[in-house]
Structures are given as structure tokens and as C-alpha cells.
Design a protein around this ligand. Structure first.
Ligand SMILES: [Zn+2]
Length: 339
């Protein structure tokens, strides 16, 4: 089999995707028409045709409005797993979700997501975790309230907290979330943060996420490469980065070459994992992030297998479930290597 085929068939974990953005494009347009939700366009070519994060967030925000009831969450959850299995042999996924944005309460959003994802797990064997996201366009007090809601609810499918959106000034500003993250830390919730992603962000944001927010993972983190001292710290810690190559092509205009920041992060010995971020909105899928991005960035089959296994290690799973997933990956990779 050729390299893209091998990479597409590798078993995969995805640790960085936003639930709303896993909606099947046809389902989004069908539901928007049915519910009379205004979208910037009903033509996918136009709807997903932006080239900057602000216009992307406008389309993303519009899509939120089709999520009006539990049935939508269940359907989207199930279909998104079905699609990712077909596109790239997804075996386990963690989803960011921002329950504050919907007209039904947190517990109902979570109940419906769990129902849809559990049905998909029964049919496709794909495990899942849910990561409620701090909405960065809201004030820091809302982030603290979100953590309290998560702690009060206490369901096992919720594996930590993360982030989405940008601040009203279109910045990352990780330091704003210190109190919310400290509360999460005191109660043993895992933490990750979106930093060093956008034009103008800095390597220092990675340092703040690690030291001030106590993050166990970093989402994006590309601008870490701007400061060799921060690269060295991240390499020593082997903190996982959840990188999403095709989102950077849309939002930062970075082409898939050996000079792409993700390629440089991998060569620098950082612990890189691959995800889609917002697959429908960046017209990508988990298969493509391996099968197209890795060869274009200069990597081969062994690199792909190592990155797939790094995803297993970085997953927020209890040890027994992680052992089972690791064994499943080892067996599948061995049989791919023999083929
Ligand atoms: Zn993201």
C-alpha cells in the first residue's frame, strides 16, 4: 500500500476538535433550512470559504443555532463518529463543547452528547471524552462558573476543561483564566488551553499555559517555535501539543511543507499529536491530517505510527482503558506493517 493509504488506515486518536464543528456539512445545511437559522451562505463552498479566524468564528457562531434540542446533539454526535471512522480509522476522540451557547441546560447538552457518542461507541467501537470549554469572549467570572457547573455535575465522561473562541479583542490572553483553572486544579480536573495559535501570539503564551494554568496539554502552540528556550522546556516536559495542520492553512496561510511550524515542532522533538480542530469548517478530516499533511511536511510511515501512538498516551483515559487502546493500536499497526 502507498504512504497516504497507510497513514489513512492507521488507528487514530483525536484530542482537539470542537463538537459543533464535527457536524456533517449536509446535516448543518439541512437543519439550518428546517429551523430557519440564518447562515452566511447555504452553499458549502461559500460558507466554509473564509481565510481568517474572525470570519471563521462568524460561520461557527451561526452553526451553533441549529443545536436547539437534544435530538440534534445525538444525531450530530453519532454521524460525526461514523464519518471519522470512514475518513481515517478514528478509535477514540475528545470533544470540546461550550454548553453556554445553547438554549438547553448543561446537563441536557451533556446527556444528549453522551447518548449519541455512546450509541456510536456501541456501533463503531470508538471511545470518547468530553471537555467543556471556557468561552474566551466571555468574562473570567463565567469561566469560574463553568468549572463549578462541571464539578457539580461530576459525570465520568467529562475528562477536563479547555477553551474555545477568542477574547472580544481577538486575543488569546491565557492569563485571564487563572482563577478558573486553579479551581479546576484543586478538584483534580485535567486542563488544556488554546495558545500560541494565531498571528501575533507568542511563545510566552505556552509558558503561561504550563506554569500559570497548570495545563497537561497545549492546543495548537505553533508559536512556541519563536523562542528556543520555551521549546526546550516543552521538549523536556514532553507536554503533548494537539496540532491541527489544515486549520493553520486557512487561518495563518501556512502551506504544508517541511518548514510548516508543525513540521519544525516534530523535528525539534516536541510531543506532537494531530487533530482536525473544526473538521467541517476547515474542510478536513482526521484521515487527511495524517495522509496528506504528513507526507507534504516530509514525514513517513514510522512518523505517522509514532504520532498515532502519542495520541493514545496523551488521551485523558483511565489507565486500564488506555492499556486496552494502546494494545489495539499496536495490533492494528503491526498488521498494517505486514500488509
Ligand atoms: Zn480548537
Amino acid at each position: 500500500m502507498d504512504l497516504p493509504d497507510y497513514l489513512r488506515r492507521l488507528p487514530k486518536v483525536e484530542l482537539h476538535c470542537h463538537f459543533v464543528a464535527t457536524i456533517r456539512p449536509a446535516t448543518l445545511i439541512e437543519l439550518a433550512r428546517e429551523k430557519e437559522v440564518p447562515l452566511p451562505s447555504y452553499d458549502p463552498e461559500v460558507l466554509f470559504g473564509y481565510d481568517n479566524i474572525v470570519d471563521f468564528l462568524v460561520a461557527f457562531e451561526a452553526a451553533n443555532h441549529v443545536f436547539t434540542d437534544k435530538g440534534v446533539f445525538e444525531r450530530v454526535a453519532y454521524e460525526s463518529v461514523e464519518d471519522a471512522v470512514a475518513a481515517g480509522n478514528l478509535r477514540y476522540r475528545e470533544y470540546f463543547v461550550n454548553a453556554d451557547l445553547f438554549p438547553i441546560p448543561y446537563t441536557e447538552v451533556l446527556d444528549a452528547m453522551v447518548a449519541g457518542l455512546a450509541a456510536a461507541e456501541r456501533d463503531f467501537g470508538v471511545g470518547f471524552g468530553i471537555i467543556p470549554a471556557v468561552a474566551r469572549h466571555r468574562p473570567p467570572e463565567d469561566a469560574v462558573a463553568l468549572v463549578r457547573t462541571v464539578l457539580d455535575d461530576g459525570r465520568p465522561e467529562v475528562v477536563g476543561i479547555g477553551q474555545d473562541y477568542l477574547t472580544p479583542e481577538n486575543t488569546e490572553s491565557p492569563e485571564l483564566w487563572t482563577e478558573a483553572y486553579a479551581l479546576a486544579s484543586r478538584h483534580g480536573l485535567n486542563r488544556t488551553a488554546h495558545v500560541a495559535e494565531i498571528p501575533g501570539s507568542t511563545a510566552e503564551a505556552v509558558t503561561i499555559a504550563i506554569e500559570q494554568l497548570g495545563c497537561a496539554r497545549i492546543d495548537h502552540g505553533y508559536h512556541v517555535m519563536d523562542d528556543p528556550a520555551v521549546v526546550e522546556v516543552a521538549r523536556e516536559l514532553q507536554i503533548p501539543f494537539t496540532c491541527t495542520p489544515y486549520s493553520t492553512q486557512v487561518l495563518s496561510g501556512w502551506e504544508m511543507t517541511p518548514e510548516h511550524p508543525v513540521a519544525r515542532m516534530i523535528r525539534a522533538g516536541l510531543n506532537v499529536t494531530l487533530s482536525t480542530d473544526d473538521p467541517t469548517f476547515f474542510r478536513t478530516d482526521i484521515g487527511r491530517e495524517y495522509a496528506e499533511a504528513l507526507p507534504a511536511m516530509g514525514f513517513g510511515a514510522e512518523d505517522g505510527a509514532r504520532i498515532a501512538l502519542a495520541g493514545v498516551e496523551a488521551a485523558w483515559l483511565p489507565p486500564d482503558r488506555k492499556d486496552r487502546l494502546r494494545a489495539e493500536f499496536a495490533a492494528q499497526i503491526a498488521s498494517l506493517d505486514e500488509a
